[in-house]
Design a protein around this ligand. Structure first.
Ligand code: OKP
Ligand code: ZN
Length: 342
């Protein structure tokens, strides 16, 4: 299996994040990508190739022009306002506040275009997020050109980012951008299976009213876990998309034995839907030693996950999402890829 990777993604290197009421060391850090890359090489998964540089258009198919341009201009606005450290939003246009004003202050813009205060932005965030999206787009193009499976080693991750907001360490929704690209360049039915520990709220929202992109997600029950406000079992799509979203919220402490029946059910939905390609939002944060998560996968369980996904039998793009136990991240990620390839 080919891996797509760009070192530009390493330029986003947050030092701290807001979590548990204090500034703590950031967990979505460059060494995540570095260990995955070195394990891909050590275990000879296949060639590692750089992404193509795509124009802005495929991003505008998913994200608003205003949002993309905000991210692009962010650092110059931030430094022009006299700040030099990494940024966190802290005020949001919630219920009863006006949605219709034209925000100009950088603190207002940060709130306008974000969902949480836990996602640091820095000088190189935009460049790294573009490279991450290019990585996913290149994987999509390879599948359109006939590859049966590709690994997009993306960082920063994407599945929490929506049409016009960042959050959950995500800026551009790499899986959604890849899915839309597949649709725009010839495929009729695309499925996204999200196995990250956290619900992929951004991806779900982007395709919620559409039947052409099936969204299936297994994750920690949002009543107990971030993102809290989406990912419940009664969310099944709307309008033309009714029935094309499915969620499996699972209790804290879920191990492989409790997870695999839900995964089987998701795979049965895939067989019914018959996608021409599948995108796997591959988080590795179901791991028992993940520092921010509460599931109980061991490293062997990730091999089983890959094996199960192979039995779906469709061209597959793996897109890296979360996973924060850095020492084991390469092993767990490549275990999925090897389990898949057999
Ligand atoms: C991103 B991805 C823990 C704070 C957690 C947000 C988690 C984002 C996960 N105290 N903050 O889905 O892995
Ligand atoms: Zn996650």
């Amino acid at each position: 299996m080919k891996t797509v990777f760009s070192a530009t993604q390493l330029a986003h290197a947050p030092a701290q994040e807001i979590s548990d009421g204090k500034l703590q060391p950031a967990v979505e850090i460059p060494s995540r990508a570095e260990i995955v890359l070195s394990t891909v090489k050590d275990r000879k998964v296949g060639d590692v190739i750089p992404p193509l540089e795509f124009p802005i258009r495929p991003l505008h198919r998913v994200h608003s022009e205003e949002y993309v341009s905000f991210l692009e201009r962010f650092w110059s606005l931030w430094t022009a306002s006299g700040r030099d450290a990494e940024a966190f939003p802290f005020v949001w246009p919630i219920r009863s506040l006006r949605q219709d004003t034209k925000v100009e202050h950088i603190d207002g813009l940060l709130g306008r275009y974000s969902m949480d205060a836990g996602t640091p932005l820095g000088q190189h965030t935009y460049r790294a997020a573009r490279a991450s999206a290019d990585t996913a787009l290149t994987a999509a193009k390879l599948v359109l050109d006939g590859e049966k499976s590709v690994f997009a080693l993306c960082r920063p991750p994407g599945h929490h980012a929506g049409h016009d907001f960042f959050g959950g360490y995500c800026f551009f929704n790499n899986a959604a951008v890849a899915a839309q690209y597949l649709r725009d360049y010839g495929l009729h039915r695309v499925a996204i299976l999200d196995v990250d520990y956290h619900h992929g709220n951004g991806t779900q929202a982007l395709f919620y009213d559409r039947p052409d992109v099936l969204f299936l997600s297994l994750h920690a029950d949002p009543k107990d876990e971030y993102p809290y406000f989406l990912g419940y079992a009664d969310e099944t799509g709307e309008h033309a998309g009714t029935g094309f979203t499915r969620n499996w919220p699972l209790p804290l402490g879920t191990d492989w034995e409790a997870y695999s029946p839900a995964l089987d059910e998701a795979c049965r939905w895939l067989l019914v839907y018959k996608p021409e390609a599948m995108i796997v939002s591959l988080g590795l944060d179901c791991f028992e030693r993940d520092p921010i998560s509460g599931f109980k996968f061991n490293s062997e369980d990730f091999v089983r996950l890959g094996q199960r996904l192979a039995r779906v039998g469709v061209p597959t793009i793996f897109i890296l999402e979360g996973g924060y136990a850095v020492d084991a991240l390469g092993t767990n990620c490549v275990n999925v890829l090897e389990g898949f390839s057999g």
